[in-house]
Design a protein around this ligand. Structure first.
Ligand SMILES: [Zn+2]
Length: 257
């Protein structure tokens, strides 16, 4: 056991080192990137500077480096949707869902995971991936999550608040996946995210700070719940709004103008 003062001394420099390598890794990936798509070429050359322009155009993203380039503050984490270890559903949820395939050569395990990416400023994406090893499974999931990045509508739709700032969502919305329904409801400032843990991460990564929620159906199945929440955010983007409402609710899309 280390004494507290010893731990403190170690903490500072080590953390800085970690951040540096993540940043330099990102730069290395981007400098060696040879874009294959029209959009990719325009991003690399600097002609496209705003991801929202691409997302507005409806062009499907095919290169994750586009997202890496245009959203430098993008963060990533794996959602805990795997089975709990141990009998009787006890224990902690895992980021891995493990399956066994029985073959002549013996059991072949496979790992599946769900990755979440977001800039905490109006952009979020999820993706799943599976492989025989954990590292490629995570890479596949994160790549898909980046390609799936979408703009998030934020605003203040809580009548009890009506501050006109984008701390919540502008309107009530709901989404569905399988039998699961997720409802997201605008909440006043300071409410925080009143929602299941993994969904809270999605909203955090999207940059939404206050929300109420309701869920219906077989919510125990994690992936359906996550997909229903993403669907609710997607449906929110489809709602037609007029200038008056945009002004009143402080509605912004993506990072906002
Ligand atoms: Zn408000």
């Amino acid at each position: 056991m280390k004494r507290p003062d010893q731990r403190d001394r170690n903490r500072g420099p080590r953390r800085e080192f970690k951040r540096e390598t993540a940043e330099s890794r990102r730069e290395a990936v981007l400098s060696s990137w040879i874009p294959k798509t029209e959009v990719g070429k325009k991003v690399k050359s600097g002609e496209i500077k705003d991801i929202d322009d691409i997302l507005d155009s409806g062009i499907r993203l095919l290169e994750p480096q586009v997202v890496d380039s245009l959203l430098p503050s993008l963060e990533q984490e794996l959602l805990e949707l795997g089975q709990a270890k141990g009998k009787f559903g006890g224990g902690k949820r895992s980021i891995w869902k493990q399956t066994q395939k029985k073959t002549k050569e013996g059991n072949k395990p496979k790992f599946a995971t769900v990755s979440l990416v977001g800039d905490k400023n109006g952009h979020v994406g999820i993706g799943n991936g599976s492989a025989k090893e954990t590292v490629p499974a995570r890479e596949k999931a994160t790549r898909r999550a980046k390609l799936d990045v979408m703009k998030i509508r934020r605003g203040c739709g809580a009548w009890a608040c009506a501050c006109g700032e984008p701390h919540s969502i502008p309107l009530k919305t709901s989404g569905k996946n399988g039998s699961v329904v997720v409802e997201l409801i605008p909440a006043p400032k300071g409410t925080k995210l009143v929602i299941q843990k993994e969904l809270r991460k999605i909203l955090e990564y999207a940059g939404v700070k206050d929300v109420y929620s309701k869920t219906y159906g077989q919510t125990g199945t994690g992936l359906n719940l996550v997909k229903a929440c993403i669907n609710a955010l997607h449906n929110l983007n489809l709602v037609k709004v007029n200038e008056d409402f945009i002004k009143k609710s402080g509605l912004i899309e993506g990072k906002g103008k």
